[in-house]
Ligand binder design. Structure first.
Ligand code: GLA
Length: 388
């Protein structure tokens, strides 16, 4: 699925060419997992898997949403924006609602066709790409004058209010502000970023899609967030100088281990440890030391498995499998957890042997034909000018 198919579908359906076409990429995250909603740092990047949008304004207040991938359609009125019983449509309706409530310039309906190649439920943020991409496209089409940060916040609110997941801002930020060849060092407390180089001359980023998405994923995500909030609120009450996890030390956490629920303690320990790894990972990356960086990725996986408890057998198996394979510098589960992809940094000359070994082992263990992707780091959302 690419932009040309989306444009053709739009033309066939709406009998005219779209006024605008937009590309919104999915994302990877190198390190800094479950830290975005804990005022931490993350290291994501936009990738060469994207959702494409074609749109034109209408003369009435009707909005027609057309999904190429699902071959489905949903219609609504700007005068009465409410949730649909179609999950896919809610990601888009949430964005329309957030914008309509704050910006009078969204004053006419539109026709939309969208589709892409970000695999669904694989932890590559297809939903954030859909939300960010629509927000970006409407901003262009209606001259709404939102900044990219405004758009990321709109997309995040849509996910909270219409999809029911209290996600952080990493996925939207990466989809909107990615930069070719760079990873984004995003400070989720201050909502500022810098770009760090990620040299891919000698290494590849390989994703293995576990092919599972355990039911727990959404409720457990919100539960982890609540546990972190509970932990932080304990320290805020007892220490005037503690506002966020950044102000909490390992020593203070240890001192109060017995005062905290055991799970809450584990979650806080993970958050502090991941922040510490994040700092070391940034140094390693800046120095071009991918061996040290990869070792930290393995440690992150252990933390996500044992302290944060968001991994699963399939992901653990995929990560363990790489440990004795030549040329693998680092591997870990990526994203929210309970399924989706692992991310692996692999020396280029070792990639094909690794893929073969993982395919054989995963099929024999789980009876699943594993999907893999070798991804490139790209720019974030953009208007596509060449559609023909
Ligand atoms: C999901 C969320 C993000 C982030 C990751 C975990 O992808 O959407 O905000 O919390 O999980 O790092």
């Amino acid at each position: 699925m690419n932009e040309k198919v989306v444009a053709k579908t739009f033309e066939n359906k709406f009998k005219s060419s779209p006024s605008i076409a937009v590309r919104a990429p999915g994302r990877i995250n190198l390190i800094g997992e479950h830290t975005d909603y804990n005022d931490g740092f993350v290291l994501p990047a936009a990738i060469d898997k994207a959702i494409y949008f074609c749109l034109s304004k209408r003369n009435d207040n009707t909005v027609i949403l057309n999904s190429v991938d699902l071959n489905d359609e949903h219609e609504l009125s700007l005068d009465d924006i409410k949730k649909s019983n179609k999950d896919w449509a809610n990601f888009l309706i949430g964005v329309i609602k957030e914008i309509k409530d704050t910006n009078p310039k969204l004053n006419a309906g539109f026709n939309l066709t969208f589709g892409g190649d970000v695999p669904l439920g694989a932890g590559l943020s297809s939903s954030a790409a859909i939300e960010s991409g629509l927000a970006y496209a409407l901003n262009e089409l209606y001259n709404l004058n939102f900044s990219l940060l405004d758009l990321a916040k709109i997309a995040q609110s849509a996910e909270h209010n219409f999809a029911g997941v209290r996600c952080g801002i990493m996925d939207m930020y990466a989809s909107l502000m990615g930069k070719k060849g760079k990873v984004i060092q995003l400070d989720c407390k201050n909502l500022t970023h810098t770009y760090l180089p990620f040299e891919m001359d000698d290494v590849s980023v390989v994703l293995f899609n576990s092919g599972v998405k355990h039911n727990l994923a959404e409720s457990a995500y919100n539960e982890r967030r609540e546990q972190c909030e509970e932990g932080l609120s304990f320290f805020q009450k007892n220490y005037a100088e503690i506002n966020s996890f950044r102000d909490l030390s390992f020593e203070t956490l240890e001192k109060h281990k017995a005062d905290l629920d055991a799970k809450v303690y584990d979650r806080c320990l993970y958050v502090l440890s991941e922040e510490d790894r994040m700092k070391r990972a940034t140094v390693a990356l800046t120095e071009g030391n991918l061996e040290a960086f990869g070792e930290l990725m393995y440690q992150t996986h252990d933390g996500l498995k044992d302290d944060y408890e968001v991994s699963c057998d399939e992901l653990d198996f995929l990560v363990d499998l790489t440990k004795d394979k030549p040329g693998v510098l680092g591997a870990r589960m990526m994203g929210g957890g309970f399924g989706g992809c692992t991310i692996n940094i692999v020396k280029k000359d070792a990639v094909s042997d690794l893929i073969e070994a993982v395919k054989v082992a995963y099929l024999s263990k789980f009876d699943i034909n594993i999907e893999h992707f070798q991804v490139q780091i790209t720019d974030g959302c953009s208007v596509i000018y060449e559609l023909a």
